[in-house]
Design a protein around this ligand. Structure first.
Ligand SMILES: C[S@@+](CC[C@H](N)C(=O)[O-])C[C@H]1O[C@@H](n2cnc3c(N)ncnc32)[C@H](O)[C@@H]1O
Length: 161
């Protein structure tokens, strides 16, 4: 699929070790959900991040050739039409392009909640907080790369079905 220029991955968007550590701490905090045998964690759109068990992005260049051979765990797909069954995941981690226009923000979020099971988690990083009457925002964290720099919000959401 064609990815608009403003939504294409760039170096500054790739999560550094501090963000990855923050997410690991969230996964640890919600260990009642995350620490179980065969836990399934979707990272979509994953870019270059490899926190999780399953990875999906519209850009094939974020994957290595070796990864693309493993079609179960690495998929090239549109976040508005995820190629997974309902309730397949325990958790979804999502860092969508922040220049998504207001009305383009809904479908990708609802796709995440479709593929995450009841009481599962969505860990969502954007400049907006996705909410719906079904889900519960458990926590929000504001993060900033540098003083006076861009900020984003990590929303920790429990999916309710
Ligand atoms: C903010 S970046 C994710 C960066 C990631 N957290 C990392 O550490 O590398 C957003 C990603 O969305 C992907 N993307 C843009 N439009 C998409 C779409 N319609 N479906 C799936 N992925 C899309 C881009 O290819 C890009 O990798």
């Amino acid at each position: 699929m064609e990815i608009k220029k403003q939504h294409k991955i760039r170096k500054a968007w790739i999560w550094d070790a501090t963000i990855e550590k923050f997410i690991f701490n969230i996964l640890r905090k919600y260990s009642n959900i995350t620490y179980k045998r065969n836990v399934k964690i979707l990272n979509c759109p994953c870019g270059k991040s490899r926190i999780g068990t399953h990875f999906c992005d519209a850009d094939k260049n974020v994957f290595t050739e070796e990864e693309l051979e493993d079609e179960e765990h690495y998929k090239i797909a549109d976040m508005r039409e995820l190629p997974y069954k309902d309730n397949y995941f325990d958790i979804a981690i999502s860092d969508p392009p922040w220049k998504l226009k207001y009305f383009k923000r809904f479908k990708p979020y609802y796709e995440l909640t479709r593929v995450v099971r009841d009481n599962g988690l969505v860990i969502y990083n954007a400049t907006w907080i996705p909410t719906s009457k079904y889900d519960e925002v458990l926590e929000v964290y504001v993060r900033q790369d540098t003083a006076f720099g861009l900020t984003s919000i990590f929303s920790i959401i429990q999916v309710k079905k």
